[in-house]
Design a protein around this ligand. Sequence first.
Ligand SMILES: [Zn+2]
Ligand SMILES: [Zn+2]
Length: 312
Amino acid sequence: MNHAYGSAPTGIMNPAEVRLPTGDHFARRARRLETLAERHPPLGEFLAFMARLAAAQQVALERGMPSWQPAPGAFDLALAHGMPPLNAQALLDDIDLPGELEALLAALELHVGEAQRPLIAALHRLPPQALRRLAGQVVAGEAGEPDMRGLMPLVAAALQVAWLRLVPTLPHAPKRPQGELRALCPCCGSPPVASLVESDPQSSGVRYLQCGLCATQWYFERSLCTLCEQSGKLDYLSLAPEADAAAVGDPGVAQAEACGDCGGYLKLFSRALDADAEPLADDLASLALDLLLGEEERYRRSGYNPLLIVEG
Ligand SMILES: [Zn+2]
Ligand SMILES: [Zn+2]
């Protein structure tokens, strides 16, 4: 799984435009979630479960063999034309969806409490067509039907594993997306979960968007709305330290890049403030910020985190 595609040509002035996820991605996310679970006691149980889920994703990724492999050259045309080669909607019928879900559940089953057992049992019983429909809703960012909603985060987790399997099958990393695709993942076409501002010497101060599905990161200019590309009415909002301490136990590093032009916001995590920030994990740990912005009804969330159901 380890591969060097997309790694930085190391030079201070030349940060990588696209960074593909590494083979230990879920293991690193699991460690981050464990840290965050300790740091934010009110969310501790939720984040600890998400840590176990990420650890199970790592096991499933390493154990499972994909039953479907893309044909050689399958992605050349898309790569040459700057289209996402691993388009999520397009490949849903190609990947082994039931196999991916079973691999994840097998890895998770030993580590869940009684509360989650009915959920796992329901997923085992899910007919293939129903699973396919849920998967379609997950990649479309839809909330789904109320009675099926509880199953969606685990289906989403299985899809994340499937896409992390696909990324290393690319002959090379895609280029940074252009034009109207600029804010969509250059690998799979999904929206970003959040922004990450780097602090390492090669890319200090560089902003990357991270894909909610396949965890690919791509360069995006700072101080520019990722939704409407205006820059005039951007505001950077975070929880006031005292409010945050009451709500989640510890002042976090989450900021919302909120745009007065289009009314959307995307969270931003700075590695200068916390070197271990991982956008998807830190997004889960900063739900208090979403609640605050939701209450104010000034801005709507744009971040795509398939492990969260956001009722629109
Ligand atoms: Zn992606
Ligand atoms: Zn905007």
